[in-house]
Design a protein around this ligand. Structure first.
Ligand code: DMJ
Length: 578
């Protein structure tokens, strides 16, 4: 039975289709001709690898026979204060050995699970969606020609860079191609996955990044296509990531070697980022549900439970680092919704949604965090009174907001779609306007990586100020991601218009004529935006996907009642409510 939360508006139950059924990127450390588009039939085929158990439920540590075994965790649990939610009274350069793809797509591999999530055939793309398809094809043209099978395109040098050596862009873009109806491109990419993708490789990968981008995309593509190839690859990767959890605290190390199974923290610390260890849950839980192998979800639920029990939060806000040995938060007293903490908040809500809104603790933590944001991090800028989310460092407020924080309006809106209070939508709308202005007030129309807000009336100063070190744009998705949710929630076409402006700006300032798009150094100089020679995989995995979905008026396509998007924009099914 689902626990009732007093005051919670009953939400539409997620509908399962009938049974056919802080980041660690180094960049953040510092046309195929378009033929007339045929109507593409999307939707899953038939078969089955292993049917997910429809009654499958996440197992929380302590649910059954086992509790936390780590003494530090146990100590912290003893001391942990009771979470109180008061919301409306509720308690609640590498090898160049990969050949170009063959023009012949391989024969279809065996088909998979009847439990793969079905999709209605979407309407034919409208004009704006066609423009996204054109942008995708241009990006793909560069990747295919100069970086095929490698991680990231360097569009200016017409080359590539490796991070994990796993064809990151190709994998991250798989479900986008499916969604955009790019059958030919999808088939070529699938052939590469089938023939070339090999996780038995002596390579260190970042647990979080490989989970959200690779595992997430493989699972999502499995659902959209019903093709067991993608689930097999996902399970192989999941197994190889598991050694990361073998730490004294069970809070995972940041890195793991896929070939040797040796996991380790970064060289300079034994800490992991809080966002990284708490934003792998959607994917590992889904992998368990699909395979019936519980160890994946057990490992991540243990982390969730442990982080839930930790002290040193501030009204639901978490520090940015956690030690893998002690299991305790470190670098205490600094609170941000930006890098290294961002998706912790996102995954509280999204796991609650994924699990059919049964795991009340997740909702409680989310609601408390939203309250904490309101209390400690919200201020208004001058002269336009834009509501922004700043940072708190040892009691001092800093009017600094990463573009990464622009995921928040979308997440708040998603919560409202699932029954959370309307006041969250009001906050979402205000923050959405701010994120739009972070783009609009720049000469290129593209947001800087970090904005500083002017909080005192000072002559002609604009609201958004940018420091020279922060004026780059990495083709990030967060603004358009939130525009997508805000449009779905409100139907207000202004959100589509704002997204359209941003797409134009990418085309004007980041498009490289020979193929691909590039991150740029200076969003304030439209004459010399200085391309940085890198196309991030999330430009194809997220940014263009969210733009395409934003421009659609079909709310049933990838319905928010049937799917929840992971933090890399890969849609995963919402489980049947209990
Ligand atoms: C993506 O990998 C994900 O959206 C992640 O949550 C944050 N960083 C990038 C995009 O900005």
């Amino acid at each position: 039975m689902r626990p009732e939360i007093p005051g919670l508006k009953p939400a539409n139950p997620p509908v399962l289709p009938a049974p056919q059924k802080a980041d660690a990127n180094p960049a953040h450390r510092p046309a195929i001709s378009q033929s007339p588009r045929k109507r593409v039939r999307r939707g899953p085929p038939n078969l089955q690898i292993k049917a997910p158990d429809r009654d499958w439920k996440p197992r929380w540590p302590g649910d059954a026979d086992k509790g936390p075994t780590d003494p530090a965790a146990a100590r912290q649990e003893e001391k942990a204060p009771t979470t109180v939610i008061s919301w409306r009274g509720a308690v609640i350069e590498p090898e160049r050995d990969t050949p170009l793809p063959s023009r012949n797509a391989e024969a279809s591999t065996k088909r998979a699970s009847p439990e793969a999530r079905t999709q209605k055939v979407p309407a034919s793309p409208n004009q704006r969606q066609q423009a996204v398809i054109t942008a995708f094809r241009h990006a793909w043209k560069g990747y295919r020609k100069f970086a095929w099978g490698h991680d990231e395109l360097k569009p200016l040098s017409r080359s590539f860079s490796e991070w994990f050596g796993l064809g990151l862009t190709l994998i991250d873009a798989l479900d986008t191609m499916w969604i955009l109806g790019l059958q030919k491109e999808f088939k070529e990419a699938k052939q590469w996955v089938s023939q070339k993708l090999n996780f038995q490789k002596d390579v260190d990968v970042n647990l979080f990044e490989s989970t959200i981008r690779i595992l997430g995309s493989l699972l999502s593509t499995y659902h959209l296509t019903g093709d067991s190839l993608f689930l097999e690859k996902a399970e192989d990767l999941g197994n190889r990531l598991m050694p990361a959890f073998k730490t004294p605290s069970k809070v995972p190390y940041s890195d793991v070697n896929l070939g040797t199974g040796i996991a380790h923290p970064p060289r300079w610390t034994s800490d992991s980022s809080v966002a990284e260890v708490t934003s792998i849950q959607l994917e590992f839980r889904e992998l368990s549900r699909l395979t019936g192998v519980e160890k994946f979800q057990e490992a991540v639920q243990e982390v969730t439970q442990h982080v839930h029990s930790l002290p040193s939060k501030k009204d639901g806000l978490v520090p940015m680092f956690i030690n893998t040995h002690s299991g305790l938060f470190t670098h205490l007293g600094v609170f941000t919704l930006g890098a290294r903490a961002d998706s912790y908040y996102e995954y509280l809500l999204k796991q609650w949604i994924q699990g059919g809104k049964t795991e009340t603790q997740l909702l409680e933590d989310y609601m408390e965090a939203v309250k904490g944001i309101r209390t400690h991090l919200l201020q208004q800028s001058e002269p336009s009174k834009l509501t922004f989310v700043g940072e708190l460092a040892h009691g001092q407020f800093r009017p600094k907001m990463d573009h990464l924080v622009c995921f928040l309006p979308g997440t708040l809106a998603l919560g409202v779609h699932h029954g959370l209070p309307a006041e969250h939508l009001e906050l979402a709308k205000a923050l959405m306007e701010t994120c739009y202005q972070m783009n609009r007030q720049m000469e290129t129309g593209l947001s800087p990586e970090i904005a500083h807000f002017n909080t005192y009336p000072q002559g002609k100063l604009q609201d958004v100020q940018v420091k020279p070190a922060d004026r780059h744009n990495l083709l990030r998705p967060e603004t358009v991601e939130s525009l997508f949710y805000l449009h779905r929630l409100t139907g207000d076409p202004k959100y589509q218009d704002w997204g359209w402006e941003i797409l134009q700006s990418f085309n004007t300032h980041a498009r490289i004529p020979s193929g691909g798009y590039s991150s740029i150094n200076n969003v304030q100089d439209p004459d010399r935006p200085e391309p940085r020679d890198k196309m991030e995989s999330f430009f194809l995995g997220e940014t263009l996907k969210y733009l395409y979905l934003l421009f659609s008026d079909d709310a049933d396509f990838l319905s928010l009642d049937a799917f929840v998007f992971n933090t890399e924009a890969h849609p995963l099914p919402i489980w049947t409510p209990a």
